[in-house]
Write a protein that binds this ligand. Structure first.
Ligand SMILES: [Zn+2]
Ligand SMILES: [Zn+2]
Length: 344
């Protein structure tokens, strides 16, 4: 597969796509009907369909009977942690093995020419990005994911969350299922923007940003406070007319869905001919430049707030201009303070 048909590689070996990132036409105004129809299959396949299917599988085979979940007990909570951990291990591990250990597609479509294992850094536990990321994923990531899941299931079992049945409310639930990714995008953008404020960035979010060159294990490598904020997306189902399966879909969208954004490759080669888009470039640019693309553009929030970078030269220029203006503002403020101090 020739990745140079789709992009270019610089001297450092970093690959970048030729085309600017296409954003979802969901909120385009005036509505772009044709673009919407063309985009819709990508909305479902393959990623969203995988996370929705995994929620159904969980409900059928993993989640304990409702009566058992009416009270909290170590048995079923430990069982849920174990299943989540095993699923994360195999799902994340499959990408890691395919792309980073066996390097089956070498550096084809890889944004950053280097592999994290080649670079030691003091920013990480044991100076190893992989070890640090894996430990954080299982110590606090899967733990907090499971805690939120347990809290929600307990709430459903005790009648504290609205639980509609698919038989009685098929259309309402279909609509909620459809907007699960939109809820995630809204929630993620808000909490992500919040933890980019100076104090929270320093104490919380910098942990995730240590991985400037993200790989699959970086997906859930976060500070516990960020894990809690991130998985809190399930709590929307405490007020939405919903169902435990959709709540699980929301959680899986966050937990398993973090992978595509951190895979580090623009396309994953499946067999000889098939390429699966990771849609990771927007979030890769976030890891590279920090203050662009707080969301993934399902809702064009970054466009509305002026922080969108689509990977093009224009996008780059817009970002540089924004940084320059901010620098000027800071310098002016500093000068004002100095004059003020001198006058005192
Ligand atoms: Zn990230
Ligand atoms: Zn960030």
């Amino acid at each position: 597969m020739d990745d140079l048909k789709y992009g270019t590689r610089n001297k450092r070996g970093d690959w970048a796509p030729n085309e600017p990132i296409e954003t979802a036409p969901l909120f385009a105004f005036p509505p772009k009907l044709l673009a919407l129809v063309k985009w819709l299959p990508h909305y479902f396949f393959p990623w969203n369909a995988i996370f929705a299917a995994s929620a159904v599988v969980y409900w059928a085979w993993v989640i304990p009977p409702v009566e058992a979940m009416q009270s909290l007990s170590v048995g079923w909570i430990a069982w849920l942690y174990a299943v989540n951990a095993v699923c994360v291990f195999f799902f994340y591990g499959a990408f890691e093995l395919h792309l980073y250990v066996l390097k089956r597609q070498e550096n084809r479509f890889k944004y950053n020419g280097k592999f994290p294992a080649e670079q030691k850094s003091k920013a990480f536990w044991f100076e190893s990005q992989n070890l640090d990321n894996i430990l954080r994923t299982f110590l606090s990531g899967v733990t907090i994911w499971t805690a939120v899941e347990v809290a929600m299931l307990w709430a459903y079992a005790n009648g504290y969350a609205p639980w509609l049945s698919f038989a009685d409310n098929p259309w309402t639930l279909a609509l909620v299922a459809l907007v699960v990714p939109v809820i995630h995008e809204f929630h993620f953008f808000c909490m992500h923007r919040l933890i980019h404020t100076p104090l929270l960035y320093k104490w919380v979010h910098s942990v995730h940003h240590n991985s400037v060159n993200p790989s699959p294990w970086s997906s859930l490598s976060m500070h516990p406070v960020e894990h809690l904020l991130y998985f809190a997306t399930a709590f929307y189902h405490l007020i939405l007319p919903s169902n435990p399966i959709l709540m699980l879909y929301q959680l899986h969208y966050a937990g398993f869905g973090a992978i595509p954004g951190h895979v580090g490759f623009d396309k994953v080669e499946v067999g000889e001919e098939t390429l699966v888009d990771s849609h990771a470039y927007a979030h890769y640019l976030h890891h590279k430049y920090f203050e662009v693309n707080y969301g993934d553009a399902l809702i064009p929030l970054d466009r509305w707030f002026g922080t969108w970078h689509d990977g093009s030269k224009e996008g780059e220029a817009r970002m540089q201009e924004r940084y320059r203006k901010r620098k000027e503002k800071l310098a002016a403020r500093k000068a004002r303070n100095t004059i003020g101090e001198a006058a005192e």
